[in-house]
Design a protein around this ligand. Structure first.
Ligand code: SAM
Length: 288
């Protein structure tokens, strides 16, 4: 694991072994094996209870999006906890395709913790289970988390409670991010930092969001909400086939369209255990 205070992480990223179809993550000793093409790798059977508490398998298929399947070891009937540095998160292997914490964003969460000052107002768009918000709140920020899903926002509030953070001191906005950003602009809301980590594609009724088409507008709306004397944006995407320069170009376009100036751009990093793969593109942009 990355450090003694962290109990979840990637155990094996297959690209490093010439097996790009294989990944293994572990959450408090429960191993989640993920394959893109093949079936469960039978050579892993028998590693419980010595190496792992339990063994689960998920096919990496975004069209069927099935939940992990139990293979051997301890059963898991409800949520359980993992730690990452000072934060605690609820993990659920029964919740569907995603388990509650995106492990590839660990270094961005650590950077967020270092960048946040007590009293900052931080807006987390596409917040999922609010892991970025928890980190910012632990550093003293007042957070606003936005997501289409009530269930994920409730899971986020549960994560706040696990960290002794009263959810009532923070804001949870259910609905479409683009709509909320326009509403916040009309209300004159301002933030020290805004986190943008949308899915590659999303549909909300008739509205469609595509990273390659709509990211510049997303940045424009977010940049408009930064404090008048400046702030930062964390812009991230896991769109595998989008070139990094093309993503960066959209970010600069968005800042331009908002009438703001870019002061500094710093690329975010993927955790070293994801060796051999750099699909996650992220940039920290200081804007005035
Ligand atoms: C890739 S996850 C975000 C992961 C999150 N940033 C994290 O680090 O844990 C995408 C999230 O965006 C939400 N979502 C998708 N389309 C949306 C939209 N148009 N407005 C608000 N939320 C949306 C989904 O419900 C999902 O929780």
């Amino acid at each position: 694991m990355p450090n003694a205070r962290t109990t979840a992480g990637r155990v094996l990223h297959g690209s490093a072994l010439g097996r790009p179809d294989l990944r293994i993550d572990q959450y408090d000793g429960h191993w989640l094996v993920q394959t893109r093409d093949g079936d469960f790798p039978d050579e892993l059977r028998g590693i419980t209870p010595g190496l792992a508490r339990s063994l689960w398998w998920k096919r990496l298929d975004k069209t069927s999006k099935t939940a992990p399947q139990w293979i051997e070891g301890e059963g898991l009937e409800k949520k359980f906890l993992v730690a990452e540095n000072d934060a605690r998160y609820a993990i659920d292997f029964q919740a569907g395709y995603s388990q509650g914490l995106f492990l590839d964003q660990r270094l961005n969460r650590e950077k967020l913790s270092r960048r946040t000052q007590s009293g900052d107002r931080i807006l987390n768009c596409f917040s999922y289970t609010c892991s970025f918000s928890v980190v910012a709140a632990l550093a003293g920020a007042i957070t606003s988390s936005m997501d289409l899903s009530r269930r994920y926002l409730d899971w986020g509030k549960e994560n706040f409670l696990l960290n002794q953070l009263p959810p009532d001191d923070h804001f949870f906005c259910k609905g479409d991010v683009m709509d909320w950003l326009k509403r916040f602009a009309r209300q004159g809301r301002r933030f020290n930092g805004v986190i943008l980590d949308p899915p590659t594609f999303s549909r909300n009724g008739k509205k469609v969001f595509k990273v390659e088409k709509n990211y510049a507008e997303l940045v424009q709306l977010a940049a408009t909400l930064l404090n008048e004397d400046g702030g930062w944006l964390l812009c991230s995407t896991n769109h595998h086939s989008l070139q990094e320069w093309s993503f960066e170009t959209m970010l600069y376009e968005g800042i331009d369209m908002a009438g703001r100036n870019l002061v500094k751009s710093e690329a975010g990093e993927m955790p070293p255990e994801f060796v051999g793969d750099d699909y996650l593109k992220s940039f920290w942009l200081d804007v005035e």
